[in-house]
Design a protein around this ligand. Structure first.
Ligand code: AHR
Length: 510
């Protein structure tokens, strides 16, 4: 099979919408070893920590410029009662985490610990409130506890627990997966609850909440429509009612079925292509939810929030099935790169996205092993290589690569993916060759502005199954890439992409 070649046209002077930095958001749930043993080791741990928060994890994540962190769930959020997680740790009530491993939760990591973590990371907190088993008063009190300045019952309680000033909490979730683990509700019922709960999540002092209604799974466009009907009407030109500012949906990538999702590390080319094909589906899903929202909100005031995405594999052999601990290969990194290209294209409607989950769970950035070593995953490197897209202006990339596709069932995986942006007169291009077997020569035809001296990095390995371990932490890591050359007419860049590779190219613009 011959290697492929093609072109990509970018008009550097036609800048599109801003790529919200919140598309690079994260998610930390009380699930397996994400919080306990991941972020939180406790103050008495021999592992270096600040107030119980593991410092090597924080340092690694700070290099990603994490914009926001969603907590405490997921499904856990709808059985979490925040008052159990404040006050002296030893006196905090315990509970059973029925969703995840049926293990006891000691509530040692609670509100103050989460806010301290956000401070250390430099990330905005995104708190997911309990609609499924909580009350309106409970949620309303939590908002008051966190954000109210001056004197009030909850502000006094916060002070008794050692925090004088209110925190800034920009993002607030009104439940999670309320069609499933968050209460098994019908869309109509939840739509009313979303309005009711949102009403009592007040803006205290200067704190302005961006309230996010719990949205659909996958392609449940009817759910999105029911929620949008609550704040606007079909074809209305008016600004939607301001009950919630964002509407979420969740989409996970698997290679098989939910009963047999596939192994994280042992897969053949067929599984590999199917995985990337399923990942590419996120483009159609965002288009579908956006189209529904456009009918009710043509001014695009309400943000679409994909607050759970990523790969979901069978757990690592020998680990608790309820802990969702999985390895992370070059394939996962390419899934992430592909998602970001799609996100950048939808920057006008998609306001936030949160990969599931940051540490030790599902498609994690970092893994900690039984010798307490910290491993950066291939996915981590994509987040790091792509961070220049945060808050940059999107540029359209017009791809023409004849024959670049692989059949998957009745469909086809497009094996080239790219996106580009400009920020502070710096061009950043991300490009993936998703083909597992063939190389690709891609010529970027750069029009409208002149690009100066470029630098490039590549993330690849000898096979898509490659991954990092405590013994071999650098098997998949970015390195400087010399496979990018100026074209003869000086007007573009020619890139030689090996199979299964992700490349970023940066250049100043004049
Ligand atoms: O991320 C793991 C779980 O997946 C979350 O708790 C839930 O919201 C989703 O089903």
């Amino acid at each position: 099979m011959p290697d492929r070649s093609g072109t990509a046209v970018i008009n550097l002077d036609l800048e599109g919408p801003v790529i919200s930095r919140h598309l690079y958001g994260h998610f930390a749930e009380h699930l397996g070893r994400c919080i306990y043993g991941g972020f939180w080791v406790g103050e008495d741990s021999p592992i270096p920590n600040e107030g119980g928060i593991r410092l090597d994890v924080v340092e690694a994540l700070r290099r990603l410029n994490i914009p926001n962190l969603r907590w405490p769930g997921g499904c856990f959020a709808d059985e979490y009662h925040w008052t159990d997680g404040i006050g002296p740790r030893e006196g905090r009530p315990r509970m059973v985490n029925t969703h995840w491993g049926d293990v006891e939760e000691n509530n040692h990591f609670g509100t103050h610990e989460f806010m301290a973590l956000c401070d250390l990371l430099g990330a905005d907190p995104y708190i997911s409130g309990n609609v499924g088993s909580g009350t309106v008063k409970e949620m309303s009190d939590w908002v008051e506890y966190l954000t109210r300045p001056g004197d009030s019952p909850m502000a006094r309680l916060r002070r008794e627990n050692g925090r004088d000033e209110p925190w800034r909490v920009p993002f607030w979730g009104l439940g999670n997966e309320t069609w499933g683990c968050g209460g098994n509700m019908r869309a109509e019922h939840y739509a009313d609850l979303a309005r009711q709960y949102a009403t009592y999540c007040r803006d205290h002092g200067d704190n302005k909440l961006y309230r996010i209604a719990a949205g659909a799974s996958d392609d449940d466009y009817a759910w999105t429509e029911t929620l949008m009907k609550q704040i606007s009407c079909f074809g209305c030109e008016a600004t939607p009612k301001n009950f919630f500012q964002g509407l979420s949906f969740h989409y996970y990538t698997i290679a098989g079925t939910w009963e047999a999702k596939g192994s994280a590390t042992e897969f053949g080319n067929e599984d590999y292509y199917r995985t990337l094909f399923n990942a590419q589906r996120v483009d159609r899903l965002i288009s579908g939810h956006s189209a529904v929202m456009d009918v009710y909100d043509p001014g695009r005031k309400v943000g679409l929030v994909l607050d759970e995405w990523g790969t979901w594999w069978e757990v690592e052999p020998g680990t608790n099935p309820g802990f969702l601990h999985q390895q992370n290969t070059l394939r996962d990194a390419l899934v992430a790169g592909l998602h970001f290209d799609v996100f950048h294209r939808h920057a006008e409607r998609l306001f936030m996205a949160n990969i599931a989950q940051t540490v030790n769970v599902l498609q994690a950035m970092v893994l900690t092993d039984d010798q307490e070593r910290l491993i950066l995953t291939p996915t981590y490197h994509v987040f790091e290589m792509n961070k220049g897209h945060q808050d940059a202006r999107a540029l359209d990339v017009h791809l023409r690569v004849p024959g670049a596709g692989r059949a998957v069932g009745d469909g086809e995986l497009r094996t080239v993916s790219a996106s580009a942006s400009v920020r502070d007169d710096t061009l950043l291009i991300s490009v993936s060759n998703l083909d597992a077997e063939d190389g690709l020569t891609l010529t970027f035809d750069l029009r409208g502005r002149a690009a100066g001296e470029h630098t490039a990095r590549i993330l690849t390995a000898d096979r898509p199954q490659a991954h990092n371990t405590g013994e071999a932490p650098g098997t998949v890591a970015p390195r400087a890439f010399d496979g990018v050359r100026r074209t003869e007419d000086n007007g573009g860049l020619r890139v030689e992409l090996p199979p299964h590779s992700f490349v970023t190219i940066e250049a100043p613009l004049s």
